[in-house]
Design a protein around this ligand. Structure first.
Ligand code: FAD
Length: 365
């Protein structure tokens, strides 16, 4: 049986490994000149491990996924903390008791802070948009300081035109816990993500073709294909293009320590970038004399750009529905991953779904 796998990110690489382990020969096709998809990391000439497509922190509540991926490389416990520069001052994020006390110059206890934020709430009435939700959840001051400008830069739309779901994911804590993620497992691969992909794809039944973009016609000779590229690309964009945001990164190298933390969000609208990542902070067990930073800029994704964040506004949802219907009727092709299903997916979810998809497939062959 001949099986093709399109894409060598976590979705494609995990399916490839699972099928290979079960005795199926697979061919993996990858447009880029490297494996790892958007999780690709490489050592910069100054020694730092750089996350080339933006910072990636592994976090999960799924022990099965963590045990699985840990077979392919060592993960070191890592608690991600983010700061924000807003209005010329630095604050702790996600919003926690320290942030509230910093912003309002108070010494609130947890219950005092909770009561205070409740008193700041702006009723949202019938509105379901992000701005109304943010003002109702946080009051005007915190909402405007941390979310109004940042969201506008990140999504290229006024928050009043975005669904509240974009903001609902962000926690507000009434204690001094400033850990960015709430998951019980949070870790970084000791040597970066790329060596994990090298291990995943290192199997005699896996044949890897880099620099090879494949389309639906190219899959004709295979008994089955797993497609982790964009779902609309598979259909030649025949129904139109699903919209994404793309990112541009501006790299700089400095001596010593640049900003004192891994990620500094820039929430003011007049600062054109959304955040600055300093990669040395992702490997506190290494020491480098120089430091690499990326400034991150967000904009609409053009035809030749790398798609990063699915927009998923109402009109995208309708178009997606039509593509998913077409995908359902496509015999011999399984669509998966963040591009194949047009969803924002964390790495652990991608890995978990790829394991499930591979297991389902193996039951039938
Ligand atoms: C800026 C940013 C930060 C993130 N940070 C985190 C984080 O901190 N923690 C976390 O858990 N998740 C994070 N994620 C999510 C993470 O990137 C995804 O979970 C993961 O990359 C999805 O893997 P995938 O294999 O589905 O897709 P991808 O990694 O995008 O892989 C798909 C691959 O398919 C290839 N391809 C596409 N079309 C074709 C074709 N026609 N022929 C051949 N190859 C093709 C592409 O080149 C790509 O390499 C982040 C995402 C972004 C955008």
């Amino acid at each position: 049986m001949a099986v093709a796998i399109v894409g060598a990110g976590f979705s494609g690489a995990v399916v490839a490994r699972e099928l290979a382990e079960a005795g199926v020969n697979v061919e993996v096709f990858e447009t880029r000149d490297h494996i790892g998809g958007n999780c690709f990391t490489e050592r910069h000439e100054c020694g730092t491990i750089v996350h080339v497509y933006g910072p990636h922190i592994f976090h999960t509540a799924d022990q099965r996924v963590f045990d699985y991926i840990s077979q392919f490389g060592e993960f070191v416990p890592f608690e991600h903390r983010v700061h924000a520069t807003a209005g010329g001052r630095v604050y702790s994020l996600p919003i926690n008791l320290l942030t509230v006390n910093q912003v309002f110059g108070t010494t609130f206890t947890p219950s005092e802070a909770e009561a205070f934020l409740a008193s700041q709430s702006v009723p949202k009435g019938e509105r379901t948009d992000l701005e109304a939700h943010g003002r109702s959840m946080l009051g005007d001051v915190l909402y405007e300081l941390f979310f109004d400008g940042y969201t506008t830069k990140q999504w290229g739309s006024a928050p009043s035109e975005l669904p509240a779901s974009v903001l609902q994911r962000l926690p507000v804590r009434f204690n001094y816990d400033s850990s960015y993620f709430s998951h019980p497992i949070q870790a970084m691969p000791r040597l970066g993500y790329t060596p994990i992909f090298e291990q995943l794809l290192d199997h005699p039944r896996i044949d890897l073709h880099l620099n090879t973009a494949i389309d639906a016609a190219g899959l004709a000779g295979f008994d089955h294909a797993f497609w982790s590229g964009p779902v609309d690309a598979y259909f030649g964009y025949s129904l139109g293009r699903l919209r994404y945001r793309t990112l541009d990164f501006e790299e700089e190298v400095h001596d010593g320590d640049y900003q004192g933390c891994s990620v500094m969000n820039q929430t003011d609208l007049d600062v054109p970038f959304t955040r600055v990542t300093e990669f040395n902070y992702f490997t506190p067990w290494e020491h480098h004399d120089r430091t690499v930073i990326y400034r991150e800029f967000s904009r609409d994704c053009g035809e030749n750009d790398i798609p990063y964040y699915p927009l998923r506004l109402n009109e995208d949802g309708e178009l997606l529905g039509r593509y998913l219907e077409a995908a359902d009727q496509e015999p011999g092709v399984t669509f998966l991953g963040r591009l194949g299903t047009y969803r924002y997916l964390d790495m652990d979810v991608c890995i978990g779904e790829a394991l499930d998809v591979a297991a389902e497939f193996l039951k039938k062959v």
